[in-house]
Design a protein around this ligand. Structure first.
Ligand code: FAD
Length: 296
C-alpha cells in the first residue's frame, strides 16, 4: 500500500459535516450533541439537507439559522427546485441571507414519491444549473453543487453528466460535493475525467461511514452509487454486535479517506447521519485535532 500510514497524517485537511433536520425533540437533542462534538474540529462549514419535495423547508431553515446563531459555525443550507416556483425559491434564499447564511448547496432534488420522475414546477427552476443562476441573482452566496462519480441515474451518459456539472459551475457554483462511493479509484477516475472535461473547481468526496449495509444498499439504489459485494461479507455476522459494526464502519471509511489523501485529496465532506462518533474518529485518524489542541 503506497499510502502513508495513519501515524504520518498531519491533519492538513479541510472537513465539512452534513446533517439532516430533526423530526422530534429526541432527534433534535442528538443533532445538537453531534454538532457540539464536531465543532471543535473547526469545519469549513456544516450543511443541513432539505427534505424531498421541500417537506423540511421550515425545519431546515430553523436548524441552519440556529447553527449560525448559537454554534457560530459557517452553515450551508441545502435547497432544491422541487415543488417551488422561482419566486418562492428566491424568497427562501432571501430569508437565508437575512439570517446570516452565506452558503447554499444547490440541488435539483427528487419528487417525494421516489417512483415519480422529476418534473419542474410550472414556474420553477428545471435543474440545479438553473437554480444556481437564480441564486446568483439573489445575493452573493457561496454555492456548492452535487457530483456523481458513478454517474447520476438519469444522465444520458457519463459525459453528459459532466457537461451538466460544468454548467452548474459555470453558472456560479464554486465547489462540487460527490455522492458517496466506496472505492478510491471510483473517485480518482471521476476527478480525472472532470479535469479532462475542463472542470477546475474543487471536487470534494462525500464520505458515508456505513454501519448498516442493507439500508445503505436501499439508498444507494436510488442515487446511482454501488455498494460493493465485499462490504456485505465484512458486515456478515455483526447484526447483533453494534459495537463491532461501528469499528468496522470507522475502519473502512478511514481507510478510504487515507487512500484519498494519498491521491491528493485535502477536503472531505462527511455524511454524518446526525451522529458524531464515526466522523470524529475518521477525522482524528487523518490527523485532525480539536482547535487549540493541535500540539497537545
Ligand atoms: P441536476 O444537476 O439538475 O441533474 C439532474 C439530472 O439531470 C442529471 O442526470 C443530469 O445529468 C441531468 N441534466 C440536468 N440538466 C441537463 C441538461 N440540460 N441536459 C441533459 N441532462 C441534464 N436531495 C434532496 O432532496 N435534498 C438534499 O438536501 C440533497 N442533498 C444532496 C447533497 C449532495 C452532496 C448530493 C450528491 C445529493 C443531494 N441530494 C439531495 C440528491 C439530489 O437532489 C438528487 O441526486 C437529484 O436527483 C439530482 O440533483 P442534482 O442537483 O444533481 O440535479
Amino acid at each position: 500500500l503506497d499510502a502513508p500510514l495513519f501515524s504520518g497524517l498531519p491533519g492538513d485537511i479541510d472537513v465539512s459535516f452534513e446533517f439532516f433536520p430533526p423530526k422530534s425533540e429526541k432527534m433534535e437533542a442528538q443533532l445538537w450533541a453531534s454538532i457540539e462534538e464536531l465543532a471543535p474540529l473547526d469545519p469549513s462549514f456544516v450543511s443541513v439537507t432539505y427534505g424531498a419535495g421541500g417537506s423540511t423547508r421550515e425545519r431546515t431553515h430553523r436548524t441552519v439559522a440556529r447553527i449560525v446563531e448559537e454554534a457560530k459555525l459557517p452553515a450551508a443550507a441545502h435547497l432544491t427546485c422541487v415543488d417551488a416556483s422561482k419566486t418562492e425559491i428566491r424568497e427562501i434564499a432571501e430569508r437565508y441571507w437575512e439570517a446570516g447564511v452565506r452558503h447554499i448547496v444547490a440541488l435539483r432534488g427528487d419528487p417525494p414519491d421516489s417512483a415519480r420522475k422529476f418534473a419542474p414546477h410550472p414556474d420553477g427552476f428545471a435543474s440545479a444549473a438553473e437554480l444556481v443562476a437564480g441564486l446568483r441573482e439573489v445575493a452573493d452566496f457561496e454555492i456548492s453543487v452535487a457530483a456523481y462519480p458513478e454517474t447520476h441515474p438519469q444522465a444520458d451518459c457519463p459525459a453528459s453528466d459532466l457537461d451538466n456539472l460544468k454548467r452548474k459551475l459555470d453558472a456560479g457554483a464554486t465547489r462540487a460535493i460527490t455522492q458517496f462511493f466506496f472505492a478510491p479509484d471510483t473517485f480518482f477516475r471521476f476527478r480525472d475525467a472532470a479535469r479532462r472535461h475542463g472542470i477546475e473547481a474543487p471536487i470534494v468526496p462525500g464520505i458515508l461511514p456505513v454501519t448498516n449495509v442493507a439500508r445503505a444498499r436501499e439508498f444507494a439504489g436510488l442515487c446511482g452509487a454501488a455498494i460493493p459485494d465485499w462490504m456485505d461479507g465484512l458486515f456478515e455476522g455483526l447484526d447483533r454486535r453494534p459495537a463491532a459494526r461501528q469499528l468496522v464502519a470507522a475502519t473502512l471509511a478511514a481507510e478510504l479517506c487515507r487512500r484519498l489523501y494519498a491521491g491528493g485529496v485535502r477536503e472531505y465532506h462527511f455524511y454524518t447521519l446526525n451522529r458524531a462518533d464515526l466522523s470524529y474518529a475518521i477525522c482524528h485518524m487523518l490527523g485532525r485535532r480539536p482547535r487549540g489542541e493541535a500540539d497537545g
